[in-house]
Every structure is written in C-alpha cells, then in structure tokens.
Design a protein around this ligand. Structure first.
Ligand code: NDP
Length: 239
C-alpha cells in the first residue's frame, strides 16, 4: 500500500502554475514521467521546463481550447511517452462578473477554457489511455453552492461533474474522477476581507495549498484509488 507512480506516463494541462504545477511536480516526484501544457511563455513555464527536463518530462505550449493545438499535444504524448496512464484536466481560468455585465464572448471564453477543453483533451487522448488509466478533472467546490458574480464559472464547473460521471460509465476500465478544490492560495492575493470571509466559511479556518490539492490528485492518479471512479472529491477544508 504505497503511492508509487514509477513507470506511469502523465499529461497535466495548465501544469506550469498554481495547482497544476504542484500536481506536475508531485506526479514527477512519485516517479511518473509528465508532459505539462501551458498557454503563455512565462518565467513559470521556463522554470518548470528546466525542472521537468531533469526528471525526464517536458513542457508543451498549446491552447487547450483549440482542437488543432490539442491534437498536437496528443501527438507529443504519443511520440514522447508512447501512451498515457494519467490525464489531469486542470487548465482553467477564474471569472467574476455579475450576469448583467457578462457578455456572450466572456461566457463562451470561460466555458471553453474550463469545460470544453476537457472534452477536447480527453477525446484526443482516448486512443493513448491505457486500460486502468486514470483521468482526473479539476472542478471547484463552489459549483455545489453557487456564487454571486460567477454564473459562468460555476456553470462550467458543474458541467465538469456531469462530464466525469458520464465518461466513467462510457470508459469502463479507464477511471474518471472530479476533484473539487475550495479556495486555494496560489499566490494571487485575495482582498483581505474576502480571505477572512473564506476562512470563516471553512471548517479548517484557512485557505488550502496547491500541494494539498495535488495530494488528492495523486491519490486518484494512483492504484490506491483503483476502485474509485465517477467520484467527486472535495478538497475544500470543509467549506
Ligand atoms: P492558475 O491561474 O494559477 O493557473 C492556470 C494554469 O492553466 C496555468 O498553467 C495556465 O497557463 C493554464 N491555462 C489557462 N488557460 C489555458 C489554455 N487555454 N490553454 C492552456 N493552458 C491554459 O490556476 P489555479 O491553479 O488557481 O487553478 C487550476 C484549476 O483549479 C482551474 O481549473 C481552476 O478553476 C481550479 N480551481 C482553482 C481554485 C483556486 O482557488 N485556485 C479553486 C477551485 C478550482 P498559462 O500560465 O500559460 O496561462
């Protein structure tokens, strides 16, 4: 009974910052070979590229909302890894806008990034996913409760739960689960009154860390969770 990912081949979208970075480094340090996807050429992407190169992994620049770029990511995984045992659909953007101020383009951009990308990436990777592989989709626990000013975000994240539950039935031997983080401290400063309110709403009385989310993703990626599929695991400190 140990968390061992030696020999596993993994793809993490949005792997260069925040939760995705912690997941990428967590998978790699547990022995997996990881391809991490990002969209912008940033210092974070460059530093991860160097760290992963030492561990045998790599970083690919692609927009996961664009089918042709997603196809290129799948080709890279096939060429570099030969297949996939773990897929973590993590790339996403946060959005805040009251409905009255939300234009159709803003709605579509958020749904495309946080939900449609999971359809595109998962579909492109199906031929690569080995029997017994694990897909982890990153949702958000706010999707259970709703939040004023985040109808597009919570709609996308609620969609992730439906996508996960349907695909676990469609895929059979490939497990598919949702992880639902609460409010995680990824370095983006929350206004102090908002941070205080979040702490009051949370049983553990604090924000989570990217590593605490990564721990749950590693559990779902590993054989320790071999009988878990279609599940929804909140990592929100008891919000
Ligand atoms: P960050 O903003 O810190 O990082 C997002 C990552 O996704 C970056 O690597 C970014 O790449 C990548 N990304 C965004 N859009 C695209 C795209 N179109 N194509 C490719 N890559 C893209 O996010 P978090 O770590 O905060 O969040 C990660 C996931 O967790 C998201 O799905 C988010 O909704 C979810 N979540 C986060 C919570 C939190 O409190 N942080 C709470 C609940 C859920 P680049 O740097 O190149 O832009």
């Amino acid at each position: 009974m140990e968390l061992d990912l030696k020999g596993k081949r993994a793809l993490v979208t949005g792997g260069t910052r925040g939760i995705g970075r912690a997941v990428t480094l967590g998978l790699a340090s547990a022995g997996a070979t990881v391809v991490a996807v990002h969209r912008e050429d940033t210092a974070a992407a460059e530093s991860l590229r160097r760290e992963l190169a030492e561990l045998g992994g790599s970083v690919v620049r692609a927009d996961v909302t664009v089918a042709s770029e997603v196809a290129r990511v799948a080709e890279t995984c096939k060429a570099q890894l030969g297949g996939l045992d773990v897929l973590v659909n993590n790339a996403g953007v946060h959005g805040h806008a009251p409905l009255a101020e939300l234009d159709p383009a803003g709605w579509t951009r958020l749904i495309d990034t946080d939900l449609t990308s999971m359809f595109l990436v998962t579909q492109a990777c199906v031929p690569l996913l080995a029997e017994g592989a694990s897909v982890v989709n990153v949702g958000a626990s706010v999707a259970f409760r709703g939040m004023a000013g985040a109808a597009h975000y919570t709609a996308a994240k609620a969609g992730v739960i439906g996508l996960t539950r349907s695909l676990c039935k469609e895929f059979g031997g490939i497990r598919v689960n949702t992880i639902a983080p609460g409010v995680i401290d990824t370095g983006d400063e929350l206004p102090p009154p908002v941070a205080e309110r979040v702490k009051r709403m949370t049983a553990l009385g604090r924000l989570g860390t990217p590593e605490e989310v990564a721990g749950a993703v590693l559990f779902l990626a590993s054989d320790l969770s071999a009988y878990v599929t279609g599940a929804l695991l909140a990592v929100d400190g008891g919000m």
